[in-house]
Design a protein around this ligand. Structure first.
Ligand code: ADP
Ligand code: MG
Length: 591
């Protein structure tokens, strides 16, 4: 086989090489004597078009290109968690230590640490018949996640040897007698990133992925296994929402892909995440987190690969039976990388210069999410939720990336420029946003949190929907023309917006809100509303209601600690008491 060719053209990240007739589309190649890593994205005769994942300055026609004959793959095994990788899974810390800089080239750095010894404990024994996905054993990779060592795809047979003790990822931990002879297994698997990992069956998501963000959990919930898009203009809070989910969502493993956004945001993540303590485990959230960074200052082609690297790692943990959440910030930058490569290939441009296959690529990506019965066992269930930020130019969501994404995802959190301008955060527009999981989650919330959960939510939502038409009247003819009942309604919707929907990501307490607290908060606002309607009907003036001290306390509910949320119930009692004290037409007047 002739696996060597020669460069005939270099155009930014695109390299064209001839003499490559034995290579295939999607083969990984090494370019020039620097061994830059690239991937063949098109073959014409013996000419290969290659996207190179590193800076191509200094290489040119005549330089050698060698195909490896295998597709772009990730290494899966212990040592992934707590790491920060680049778009093609090179560990950034190691790169930096070796080269003092992120922008190195062709370094033969391995994804997984080859020196570190892991404590392997067997879950299977000699004589067991095993199929792909079966657990051979596990290593406690971090204090919160046991990394299951699974039988790799394509291997089935009887275990003839299995070890226990300290091993590196490359040392043999088991031997399997297959129909093609004995196979020695270590703890590393490889998987081509552009292909979804197999599972038995997709099943409907039913449980919420609890995020601790009120507007999400109460109004537009996401499921374990669900898909969501967050489109919004620059500065509207996409990254903050993604960070909040990475910090607080009740997933067992989190994969965060910083794709094409500013580098300092990933530095912030690196500084902040290790300090944050996960409520459930009491450990740093990094113990269950993988970061993938291909920021705007890094080569554009690797950005295209980064979300595949991220989702493949996510699927791998899903296959162990974990609930995994992956965030990608931002999928627009990924699509732009796709557009740039397509332009250089001189493909026929589609909508706004994006290639015609944009929509199928987006669909293929999100289709890898879901709640599944895992490959090996009917009893093992895993879930992968995917949340993608979209940054449409000028915030115009009619553009192709947003539209194609909305066609496939089940949840739309629309970030609103006006809301962010008014500093209403999270700036999720409550009129346009939706979650197609709402009915499923309603059942769950009513059964598990409070039987009135969904009833309250529906009521609050219809009040907010009425608010816009009431505000329109106020704008045209003034508030005084409204009945006291309608004016009260506006007081309540203001309270829902400011005291419930607004949530400060940077406030020590408010940054996370449990479902119990969410219920109590909204219930208290509605309790105030009901007792105020009652007071109005008794002839109490609205002004008097508006002067009650409890209103201030409602505004401060969000900062009540989780351990003290009974205080919110006490506030409910206080509301009833104070409201009862109010008398018809004001006490003095009556006298
Ligand atoms: P984007 O990623 O859409 O460009 P960012 O996520 O960087 O926007 O948010 C821009 C700014 O908005 C943040 O730096 C922060 O000041 C503010 N912000 C966004 N969301 C919140 C929030 N939930 N709480 C407080 N401030 C927020
Ligand atoms: Mg951002």
């Amino acid at each position: 086989m002739n696996n060597k060719g020669q460069i005939i053209k270099v155009s930014g990240p695109l390299v064209v090489a001839s003499g490559m007739k034995d290579a295939d589309v999607y083969d990984v190649v090494e370019v020039s004597k620097d061994k830059l890593i690239g991937e063949i994205i098109e073959m014409r005769g013996d000419r290969a078009s290659i996207q190179v994942y590193e800076e191509t300055t200094g290489i040119g026609p005549g330089d050698e290109v060698v195909t490896t004959g295998s597709p772009l793959s990730v290494e899966l095994g212990p040592g992934i968690l707590e790491q920060m990788f680049d778009g093609i899974q090179r560990p950034l810390e190691t790169l930096r230590a070796q080269n003092g800089d992120f922008l190195i080239r062709g370094a033969g750095v391995k994804a997984l640490d080859r020196e570190k010894k892991w404590d392997f404990k067997a879950l299977a024994k000699v004589g067991d018949h095993v199929v792909p996905g079966d657990f051979l054993g596990f290593v406690p990779e971090t204090s919160v996640i046991d990394h299951k060592i699974m039988v790799p795809n394509g291997i089935e047979g009887d275990i003839v040897d299995i070890k226990e003790g300290l091993f590196t990822v490359e040392e043999i931990i088991a031997v399997i007698e297959t129909k093609d002879g004995k196979k020695e297994l270590n703890m590393i698997q490889r998987w081509p990133v552009r292909r979804g990992r197999p599972y038995k069956q997709k099943i409907d998501p039913k449980a919420p992925l609890i995020t601790g963000q009120r507007v999400i959990d109460t109004f537009f919930p996401i499921t374990k296994g669900g898909t969501a898009a967050i489109p919004g203009p620059f500065g509207s809070g996409k990254t903050v929402v993604q960070h909040q989910l990475a910090k607080w969502a009740d997933a067992q493993v989190v994969v965060y892909v910083g794709c094409g956004e500013r580098g300092n945001e990933m530095t912030d993540v690196l500084m902040e995440f290790p300090e944050l303590i996960d409520q459930k485990t009491g450990e740093s959230i990094m113990k269950r987190t993988v970061l993938i960074a291909n920021t705007s200052n890094m080569p554009v082609a690797a950005r295209e690969a980064s979300i595949y690297t991220g989702i493949t790692i996510s699927e791998y943990f899903r296959d162990m039976g974990y609930s995994v959440a992956m965030m990608a910030d931002s999928t627009s930058r990924w699509a732009e990388a796709l557009r740039e490569m397509s332009g250089r290939l001189e493909e026929m441009p589609g909508d706004e210069g994006y290639p015609a296959y944009l929509s199928s690529r987006i669909a293929q990506f999100y289709e890898r999410a879901g709640r599944v019965i895992c490959n090996a066992s009917e009893e093992r269930e895993g879930a992968l939720s995917v949340i993608g930020a979209v940054s449409p130019p000028g915030g115009d969501i009619s553009e192709p990336v947003t539209q194609n994404t909305l066609r496939i995802v089940k949840i739309f959190w629309r970030l609103d420029y006006d809301l962010s301008y008014q500093r209403h955060f999270p700036a999720i527009n409550w009129i346009d946003s939706y979650s197609l999981y709402q009915n499923k989650i309603d059942e769950y919330l009513d059964d598990n949190v409070n039987e009135n959960f969904s009833k309250n939510r529906k009521r609050a939502m219809s009040l907010l929907q009425e608010e816009s038409s009431l505000l329109e009247i106020v704008r045209l003819v003034g508030r005084d023309t409204l009945s006291e009942e309608d004016q009260l309604k506006l007081d309540i919707t203001k309270s829902i917006r400011e005291d419930f929907l607004q949530q400060n990501a940077f406030h020590e307490v408010d940054t996370f809100c449990s479902l119990d607290k969410q219920f109590k908060m909204l219930n208290t606002i509605l309790k105030f509303y009901d007792s105020a309607i009652d007071a109005l009907s008794r002839g109490v003036y609205l002004e008097e209601i508006e002067e009650l001290d409890v209103i201030d306390k409602i505004a401060r509910m969000k900062n009540i600690h989780e351990e003290e949320i009974n205080k919110i119930d006490e506030l409910g009692e206080e509301i009833l008491k104070e409201m009862k004290k109010l008398e018809r037409g004001g006490a003095e007047e009556d006298a």
